[in-house]
Design a protein around this ligand. Sequence first.
Ligand SMILES: Nc1ncnc2c1ncn2[C@@H]1O[C@H](COP(=O)(O)OP(=O)(O)OP(=O)(O)O)[C@@H](O)[C@H]1O
Ligand SMILES: [Mg+2]
Length: 291
Amino acid sequence: MSASVFSPPHLPPPFVNTVPPPTLISQGAEALLYRTHFLQSTHPCALKYRPSKPYRHPTLDARLTKHRILSEARTMVRMRKEGLKVPGVLGVDCEPAHGDNARKGGGGWMMMEWVEGQTAKDLLVAVKETRKSCGREEVLREQVRNLMHRIGTILCKMHEIGVIHGDLTTSNLMIRHGAQQPHGITDGHAEGHGRANNTSGIETEPILREALVNGEVVLIDFGLATSSIQDEDKAVDLYVLERAFGSTHPEAEDEFNEVLKAYGESSRGARVVLKRLEDVRLRGRKKSMIG
Ligand SMILES: Nc1ncnc2c1ncn2[C@@H]1O[C@H](COP(=O)(O)OP(=O)(O)OP(=O)(O)O)[C@@H](O)[C@H]1O
Ligand SMILES: [Mg+2]
């Protein structure tokens, strides 16, 4: 059997005429993420495109796509209004496609501000590589704890305003380069779209340090977000991150505790959520024992 090469679905208008064409950055189960520009070629932005699913009934498909796009955009606008760091929403189109568009894929999209930086996942992978060779493991661990602390604080703020992310992983946390971007970090055009690309030891260290200590934590991917002020929902949100973190970055599991520590210190109600997290963990363990 020959392996088939992935070819992404056609982008809807107006993006078919964009020069240069949008660059595909990531393809998830539901969405494709492109880097393109907004109004001026010097103004980068991210285009999240949700193609229609040919196996779904067209009416249901259009309704689900519209719901996901609108709810993601609304959550982001709300978060930003409350002062939380998320990419600014620049535009959405979630009306069902007609005529030619429908034949080319349909779906809907959201355009947002481009975050110049990398995901927490990429950053932690780079840290893991560097740890082996730099011989300053404890220094790096301390810097990771610093980042974890900032993540815990922002998650607590998000929960305080009643937003449950619904898909917390280290791929959905971005670290924006700090103002004092050190020489060597790319601007996202040429080398790997600004992702950590040099993971070889000593010379990477100052770049990593800068991101770990000064990088701004930006939350992304609110397609599954909901509104709730229930401790249970908040605890489950944290549990999802804890599990994802444990399986993706087992070497940094100890540092993850700093997320919970900062979370617990960030608001009055947070300790109750952490207590609840203990129950959620117990239920999770029982479930995996029973199968
Ligand atoms: N605003 C942005 N700026 C820069 N990179 C981004 C931005 N938004 C997303 N990305 C990159 O694209 C990846 C995928 O984006 P996102 O998490 O929103 O989509 P997804 O996981 O495929 O979506 P979904 O789970 O809603 O189907 C991210 O992990 C990140 O690397
Ligand atoms: Mg994602």
